[in-house]
Design a protein around this ligand. Sequence first.
Ligand code: AMP
Ligand code: MG
Length: 320
Amino acid sequence: MQTGTDIAFAADLLRNGKLVVFPTETVYGLGANAFDPYAVAKVFSVKKRPTFDPLIVHISAFGQVEQLFQSPVDEQVYTLAKAFWPGPLTIVHHKKPEVPDLVTSGLPTVAVRMPAHPVAAELIRMAGVPVAAPSANLFGCLSPTSANHVKKQLNEPDYLLDGGQTIYGIESTVVSVESGGIRILRHGAISEESLAAHVTILTEEKAVKPGQLPSPGMLKSHYSPRKPLYIIKDSNFGKINEESGVIIKSAQSGGNFNGIKTISLSENGNLSEIAVNLFAALHQMEDDPEIKQIFIEPVAESGIGKAIMDRLRKASFNYL
Ligand code: AMP
Ligand code: MG
């Protein structure tokens, strides 16, 4: 896969039905022209992503929502966009018929986000089309927060725009806009507390048909490294041995892991810093042949801590 920093070249590729990996402030995305179903189909096949899991469409100017959301657009969309765009918030709202069904997995709604990363913003602006992009990893595997993480998993995209390490290190918060409030479908880089300062958050469970998920990406197992991952608790602490790698939340949180490979995610437990370094630490442990299983310390579930614990529970789901 060709790698470089030529945004104009990458934009040209997108317009011509090709796939471009690009950095956003959350994780790297695998992009295609959202209005080209053939290009979008390639995204699913390259990622080995099931087609029931819809893609987020990325825009570079607010005016582009008119191509995607059916009017009348709910007032809350404007409120959220004003407060959080560009940024790591994805808004789900009823779609225009022109948005390909493949992008939305046949749902009547489409997920839209305006990324804040300068490379992503310029790429989308130059391409002149909304860009459908899931994270640039294989389905179910660790999300990529650097160009090297992408190269570990994908080879088929036409171009990889290298923009260094991403800023938040955790995916966008996904919300659906409903009458009288919004519902959080996926916790992410924007915390529930900051959303609540602008809109009403609906918390009661939405009635869904048996076997159906309110948001298709809400699978119990996801974001997983290719070796067992355990969240540290009293009952498994004793199982940590020389073949384990340990990820702790801060240099001070300690425990005595003498002789055991340990990565600390932050200097003093700052949750944003932990989020930024989380996936890179998991990638490093995944790549280390001497490590057979990974143990990770849980964090408090406030602010972005909720999104971090959501990722850890999904990543460790098969090893509870
Ligand atoms: P990814 O781009 O891989 O980070 O995943 C995007 C996630 O956004 C999906 O897995 C869904 O959970 C969610 N999503 C995208 N479109 C919709 C939609 N129309 N309705 C509900 N959730 C959506
Ligand atoms: Mg993903």
